[in-house]
Ligand binder design. Structure first.
Ligand code: PMM
Length: 286
């Protein structure tokens, strides 16, 4: 059942990062809210993303958009488990995007092979011990507070140094709980308790995160800071669906600077961008 992050890496081309395609089964996610609230739509969309080149489908049942309120564990499981069942039955590798140990356990029992915890083990004190027992890779994301209050925590002395230090503490706890070193992936958590300037500083400082010695995931896809970057002349932010080209450019640049995992909504554009990067490096081999 278990599959380490390193085992996954060795099966993939050396140059390419692993692409996670996002399926949010929530009625209120900021970029695709409501679209996949019906399980069969979500399964079809996940299979489509997999065909377009997603290595793994990241299934989430609780919105983390700024200001979002939490749902119950039962509601979260009711949303994600039928989708995981459908994807696993279709042979699609699945990650569960959850802050709850009980949901992570249920998802892995239903066939998910990654746990993606945006709270890096902070929201549920059982998360690390449960993941240690499940023996699957975990994405430990930088996080400071739940979405309904995270914006007020967006204060840093040196955002790259602070995020590296706080992630180092989370990783230490994960190891202490028994999670194997090779099962840990870290993520700077773009947009989580971060203003646009913090996100850009973290992207620029990616090599310092890579130097922590763990594979790094980057999740910039369709986020607010891209809407702000691409605002019109009146300052109105670009809609989430109009941020996919910018997201794909970030994917290629992040891969170039050492990101081993990318979490994106538009897999086809991401794959195009990664093929351009690969051809650049190899002299024409996509
Ligand atoms: N961002 C979101 C949700 N889950 N997981 C990881 N590891 N990294 C992220 O940056 C991340 C995440 C929020 O975006 P969404 O609402 O589009 O899923």
């Amino acid at each position: 059942m278990s599959q380490s992050a390193d085992e996954t890496l060795t099966r993939l081309p050396m140059l390419g990062p692993i692409v996670f395609g996002v399926i949010n089964t929530t009625p209120d996610s900021f970029s695709d809210g409501g679209k996949f609230a019906d399980a069969s739509n979500a399964i079809d969309a996940g299979i489509r993303l997999h065909r377009e080149g997603a290595d793994v489908i990241d299934v989430g049942g609780e919105s983390t958009r700024p200001g979002a309120v939490r749902v119950s564990a039962d509601e979260e499981c009711g949303r994600v488990l039928p989708v995981i069942d459908g994807l696993v039955a279709a042979g699609v590798p699945v990650s569960i995007d959850t802050m709850r140990a009980s949901t992570a356990r249920a998802a892995v029992e239903h066939g998910a092979t990654y746990v993606n915890d945006v709270s890096g083990g902070l929201a549920d004190e059982s998360m690390f011990s449960v993941v240690a027992e499940l023996n699957v890779p975990i994405i430990v994301m930088h996080w400071r507070a739940h979405s309904n209050e995270m914006d007020k925590w967006a204060k840093y002395d040196d955002v790259v140094m602070d995020v590296v230090n706080e992630l180092t503490a989370r990783v230490r706890d994960a190891l202490k709980a028994g999670i194997a070193r090779e099962n840990i992936i870290v993520d700077p958590g773009l947009g989580f308790a971060k203003e646009a300037e913090h996100n850009w500083a973290l992207l620029r400082g990616l090599p310092r995160l890579v130097a922590m010695g763990f594979p790094v995931m980057v999740g910039a896809s369709r986020k607010r800071f891209l809407g702000a970057l691409l605002a019109d002349d009146d300052g109105n932010p670009r809609d989430p669906a109009g941020r996919d080209e910018a997201s794909a450019v970030i994917s290629a640049l992040a891969a170039e600077r050492g990101a081993r995992y990318l979490r994106v909504h538009d897999v086809a554009r991401t794959r195009d961008a990664l093929r351009v990067r690969q051809a650049w490096i190899t002299g024409g081999q996509a």
